[in-house]
Design a protein around this ligand. Structure first.
Ligand code: SF4
Length: 305
C-alpha cells in the first residue's frame, strides 16, 4: 500500500474511492473564540488576518456560490469529479449548532460535494456539535481538523493557543469514540520549542489514533503578532536542510497508515518575512523525498520504537 514511502491523502483517496478527489476551501462566516475575546483577544501568534485560511472562498458569498467559484478555479485540471468542502479558516464549529447544520448541509447538498473537512479548535467541540458531526459522519465522508501545533505548555502560552494539552487529548478521544476521523496540525519552528519537541508531539498524536496529520513550517507573515514578536525576540528559523531532516524524523515515528495531508506550509509570497526558502515548495517536497531515499527509510519505520 505504502509504495511511495509516505502515505499521502491522494494515496488514501485512490485506495478508498479509486479516484482523485479535490478539496474546495470555503469560508463559513465563523470567527474564533481566541480572537473575539471569549478565550482571548488577538488570536494565536501566527494567525493571519484571514484566520489561517488565506486561500479560502469569499465570506460575503453563499456557500453554494463559493463552491461554484472554487470549482471554476480548478475547472481546467478538474472539470468534473467529486470534491470535499473544506471549512478552513477561523473556527468552524464555533457557533450555534443550527447555524453549523445550515452551512454544512448547504455544502453537502451541492451535487459535486461528497464530504466535508472541518477545521476547528479542540475546545470548540461540545456534545451537541459532536452529535451533529456524528450524524454527518454516518451519511457522508467527514474529517475534523484540530490545531494542536505543540504539546509544550510553555510554547502554547507564547503562541497564545488558549487551551491546554488535556483539552486536545480529550477531544481526540471523544472523536475517536464516535468514529470520526480527525487530522492534527503541528507546526515546526515555533519560538522556544525544545529541539525534539515536534517529534514528541508527533508520537503523542500517533498514539491517540489521529487519522491524519498536517505538518506545517512556521511562516512569519507580515501584519501578524508573530512578526512583532520576531522583531523583538528573534528566534531560530530552520534552514531548509534542517527542516527536511526533521520532517523525515517525524514521518518515521508515525504509523504507516496515518494519512499525510501536508508536509510544509503555504503562505502568501507578498506577506512572507521568513523563511524565504519555503517559497520554493517544490524544492522542499522533492528534498523530503530525496532524503527518505538517502536515509533508506519510510513512514512508520520507528512507529513502535
Ligand atoms: S485558533 Fe485558528 S483561527 Fe483562532 S486564532 Fe488560532 S489560528 Fe487563528
Amino acid at each position: 500500500m505504502n509504495q511511495n514511502k509516505i502515505y499521502t491523502l491522494n494515496d488514501y483517496f485512490k485506495d478508498t474511492f479509486q479516484e482523485k478527489i479535490y478539496k474546495v476551501s470555503l469560508d463559513g462566516g465563523f470567527t474564533c473564540p481566541n480572537r473575539d475575546g471569549k478565550v482571548a483577544k488577538g488570536g494565536c501568534l501566527f494567525c493571519s488576518e484571514a484566520g489561517s485560511g488565506d486561500f479560502a472562498g469569499n465570506r460575503m458569498k453563499s456557500i453554494e456560490e463559493q463552491i461554484e467559484d472554487q470549482l471554476e478555479l480548478i475547472s481546467k485540471k478538474f472539470p468534473e469529479g467529486k470534491v470535499i468542502a473544506y471549512f478552513q479558516n477561523f473556527t468552524n464549529t464555533y457557533g450555534e449548532v443550527e447555524y453549523l447544520r445550515k452551512v454544512f448541509y448547504e455544502a453537502l447538498n451541492h451535487p459535486r460535494v461528497m464530504g466535508l473537512a472541518i477545521g476547528t479548535r479542540p475546545d470548540c467541540l461540545p456534545e451537541d456539535v459532536l452529535d451533529l458531526l456524528s450524524e454527518i459522519n454516518e451519511k457522508y465522508f467527514l474529517w475534523v481538523e484540530l490545531g494542536l501545533q505543540t504539546i509544550d505548555e510553555g510554547v502554547a502560552k507564547i503562541i497564545n493557543r488558549g487551551y491546554n494539552l488535556g483539552v486536545y487529548v480529550s477531544s481526540a478521544q471523544r472523536l475517536k469514540e464516535r468514529n470520526i476521523k480527525f487530522v492534527t496540525h503541528l507546526i515546526i519552528g515555533l519560538p522556544e520549542e525544545r529541539e525534539r519537541g515536534t517529534l514528541e508531539a508527533a508520537k503523542l498524536v500517533n498514539s491517540l489514533g489521529s487519522w491524519g496529520i498536517k505538518i506545517h513550517l512556521l511562516h512569519i507573515l507580515k501584519n501578524t503578532a508573530l512578526a512583532k514578536y520576531y522583531e523583538k525576540n528573534p528566534f531560530k528559523v530552520f534552514s531548509m536542510e534542517e527542516y527536511i531532516d526533521y520532517v523525515v524524523d517525524i514521518l518515521e515515528v508515525l504509523n504507516s497508515e496515518m494519512v499525510i495531508h501536508r508536509l510544509t506550509g503555504d503562505g502568501k509570497k507578498e506577506d512572507l518575512i521568513e523563511p524565504l526558502w519555503s517559497l520554493n515548495k517544490r524544492a522542499v517536497l522533492n528534498g523530503i523525498h530525496k532524503r527518505i531515499k538517502e536515509r533508506q527509510t519510510f513512514q512508520g519505520r520507528k512507529a513502535n520504537g
